[in-house]
Design a protein around this ligand. Structure first.
Ligand SMILES: [Zn+2]
Length: 231
């Protein structure tokens, strides 16, 4: 029986890696300095490197079911996503955090149905999106889309409960970006708090600034929505 994964590993080293050898060498010698923490749904159809055109060393990735952010205050339990947020902000000093949900998200649909009775961790995890759900027994595509987008904003708000995130956002050192990726269109809709909703990237003025992203005073933003002053 052929081992497809093994073949792909060998192919990577012999055919793909040589193109990146020097890049990986410097990333090892100098260490990683990614500017973006990308929190995305685990869905296989989201490919963060394709979406953003990023290369090795550019994205610090966290993926989980639904692209959810657990609460900062935990009395018990192991929370990989919370640990990654703390590490990215405190150690890597990322400049932006992207929360990326998407169309046809199984986690969001599951908010309107039953999960497998044995999936006790999943059932508990989905509670992190519960407040985004709308009162609908049989959600239509529009309700699902709105729930997907509301869930992204909910996670941005929960990010602001992390003291190290809030501190840096208020200081203009970190921006929060809420994205809703429409798989079938290949287009990300970015949450724009000033325009009160999600705007297709083709019409957006920046990569999206979440709630609380801007201090009261006006500051200049670069094309990525990052403050050009104090950064
Ligand atoms: Zn999903």
């Amino acid at each position: 029986m052929s081992d497809e994964l093994l073949e792909r590993l060998r192919h990577f080293q012999s055919d793909a890696f040589p193109h990146y050898r020097s890049q990986f060498r410097s990333l090892v010698d100098d260490g990683q300095r990614p500017l973006t923490l990308f929190i995305g749904c685990s869905d296989s159809r989201i490919v963060p490197y394709l979406l953003t055109g990023a290369g090795p060393g550019e994205l610090f990735l966290v993926r989980n079911v639904g692209a959810f952010v657990p609460p900062y205050d935990q009395s018990h339990g192991f929370h990989g996503t919370a640990a990654a947020i703390e590490f990215a902000v405190l150690n890597l000093e990322v400049k932006r955090i992207v929360v990326c949900g998407h169309s046809h998200c199984g986690a969001i649909r599951a908010l309107y149905g039953q999960v497998h009775p044995a999936a006790q961790n999943l059932a508990r995890w989905l509670e992190l999106g519960r407040a985004a759900a709308l009162p609908a027994a049989e959600p239509d595509p529009d309700v699902l889309k709105r729930t997907e987008q509301r869930a992204v904003v909910l996670q941005l708000e929960r990010l602001m409960d992390y003291p190290m995130v809030r501190e840096r956002v208020v200081a203009g050192m970190l921006t929060l970006h809420g994205w809703h990726y429409v798989i079938e269109d290949g287009e990300v809709h970015v949450f724009d708090v000033h325009r009160g909703g999600f705007v297709p990237a083709s019409l957006a003025e920046n990569a999206g600034t979440g709630p609380y992203a801007l201090p009261a005073r006006d500051i200049a933003l670069d094309a990525s929505g990052i403050p050009t002053t104090g950064a």
